[in-house]
Design a protein around this ligand. Structure first.
Ligand code: ADP
Length: 489
């Protein structure tokens, strides 16, 4: 029998479903710890206690203690409270401080966010010390937690935490936490020698928090193998490609999964007609009808309904969508958009809805329930991203028997196998170069199969629902990584 020692892991990041979520990071911070706990890992998740966390969770938090912590270069110190909530085998510890977390959304603007996450990173380590909990692994996520590997090896070098190893996961390289050096020096009080070109320094006089974390982390991971390769190139590297190439020996790509209980069409209270793989072909119709009614679209089973659920930013390929959308509306096609983001896209989708009333619906909002109903009611889901570290919407779509139409980049390439009409396999429709014509062509290929070879379409729907998009395989890879990083001796 194989002998395995249990691993303890502290997950540290800026958002986590269901407390606070703005995108995929929130899903991962919930689902991966849960999957690891099911695999007998000991997991704590450390998060800011934002004011916007719903009161039903706030009320259940239990006070674990508090202390004052030195933070700034001039000796300014701050209160750190620890509020705890245990759920599904995972311990959530919320860092409490009204000065930083009492207003607005998790992210506001860099002027406020830089001090906020400097404070949070140090407070998370100090809280581990305070609780006397030395995890084998400290797993940090994105720039908001990327100071942790640096602080651990400098300011916390003489504490018990020194024995912990660090993993830093890049969920999106576009966001790096860049600000001027004097401000970062003030808010971190880190030693001068880390503000050099190999760690923090970037450009003429800026400091880059993610860059520093990448230099100091024991292991870097990112959320798909393809993206791990892409970020070493100038186009996808967002200015850090050379730095990442330098550290590529400790870089791994592990694709995300989704939580298959949170996303389960057979057991989804947000749906009018739940379904599974055995009855999807008939039951999905009920969800399509309900969606058309909810959104004021023409109610008809004969329409090809395309969904788009996304932050509305240029990362998501919306320029391509804007270019081709009028050409899609042919009397047989409906388009449903759900998202918020840049004003230019919010405006263009509102215009499309006005121009094509009954065929296009643009929901410029964040609405978890509506997202579920679009995944269930649409026939296809569009993800034409310029870049996509992993992407979760294509995974959720497949789980709901909705065929993804994606650009072959990052995790989209790793998770959607293109449809092959000769062998009748694959999970969706794909295109490679970032060109509107190619997206248009991919959608038309999908429509052709849908309208003329319906049995092939239906088989693809069932293949998608049968595909394993759960966390299981990937959580095992993370666990193996933790085992490797902290050998049993
Ligand atoms: P990213 O992290 O880049 O935003 P992902 O595809 O990794 O993209 O994750 C997006 C997550 O956010 C999915 O769970 C998706 O359903 C959800 N989502 C995005 N926009 C909305 C919205 N407007 N309303 C509800 N859920 C949304």
């Amino acid at each position: 029998m194989e002998f395995e020692t249990r691993r303890s892991i502290a997950f540290i990041g800026s958002e986590c479903y269901p407390f606070v979520k703005t995108g995929g990071l929130g899903d991962v911070m919930y689902a991966l710890p849960k999957a690891l706990a099911e695999m007998n890992c000991d997991v704590k998740v450390i998060l800011p206690r934002y004011h916007c966390i719903p009161s039903k969770y706030q009320e259940k938090m239990v006070y674990r203690g508090s202390f004052n912590m030195d933070l700034c270069a001039d000796g300014r110190s701050f209160y750190v409270g620890i509020m705890e909530y245990v759920w599904d085998g995972v311990v959530y510890d919320f860092i409490d401080n009204d000065e930083f977390f009492s207003y607005g959304n998790p992210y506001t603007n860099l002027v406020d966010d830089i001090p906020k996450f400097c404070y949070f990173s140090k407070a998370a380590l100090a809280a581990l010390n305070y609780m006397n909990w030395v995890p084998d692994i400290i797993h940090c996520h994105d720039w908001q937690a990327s100071l942790i590997p640096v602080m651990l090896r400098t300011q916390f070098a003489n504490t018990a935490l020194w024995d912990s190893k660090t993993v830093l996961t890049i969920h999106n390289l576009r966001f790096q936490g860049v600000y001027n050096i004097p401000t970062l020096k003030y808010w971190t009080n880190l030693p001068d020698d880390v503000f050099n070109i190999d760690v923090f320094k970037t450009g003429y006089e800026d400091a880059n928090m993610l860059k520093a974390g990448l230099a100091y982390a024991d292991i870097i991971t990112t959320v798909s193998e393809t993206y791990a390769g892409e970020i070493q190139t100038p186009f996808y590297g967002d200015g850090l490609d050379e730095h990442i190439r330098h550290h590529s020996g400790k870089l791994r790509g592990i694709v995300n999964g989704i939580d298959v209980e949170q996303w389960d069409p057979a057991n989804d209270p947000k749906l009018s007609t739940p379904y599974d793989i055995s009855n999807v072909l008939t039951q999905k119709r009920g969800n399509k009808k309900a969606l058309q009614e909810e959104l004021g679209l023409e109610v008809s089973d004969d329409k090809f309904v395309i969904g788009l659920i996304s932050r509305l930013t240029n990362q998501k390929g919306l320029d391509l969508v804007n270019e081709i959308l009028p050409g899609l509306i042919d009397g047989n096609t409906q388009v449903v958009v759900l998202g918020t983001g840049d004003a230019v896209y919010e405006e263009s989708f509102r215009n499309f809805e006005n121009w094509f009333k009954g065929s296009v619906c643009s929901c410029i909002m964040y609405d978890e329930g509506r997202a579920h109903r679009i995944y269930a009611g649409a026939d296809a889901l569009l993800v034409p991203s310029l870049f996509e570290p992993c992407g979760l919407t294509q995974l959720i779509a497949m789980r709901y028997g909705t065929v993804p139409i994606v650009r072959e980049t990052g995790g989209l390439k790793d998770t959607v196998q293109p449809y092959n009409m000769f062998t009748n396999d694959g999970n969706g429709f794909t295109f490679d170069r970032y060109e509107a014509g190619l997206l248009y062509d991919a959608i038309n290929r999908a429509k052709t199969i849908y309208f003329t070879d319906r049995w092939q379409w239906d088989e693809m729907v069932q293949r998608d629902m049968a595909k394993d998009v759960s966390w299981k395989a990937s959580a095992e890879k993370y666990r193996d990584l933790y085992m490797e990083l902290k050998p049993n001796y």
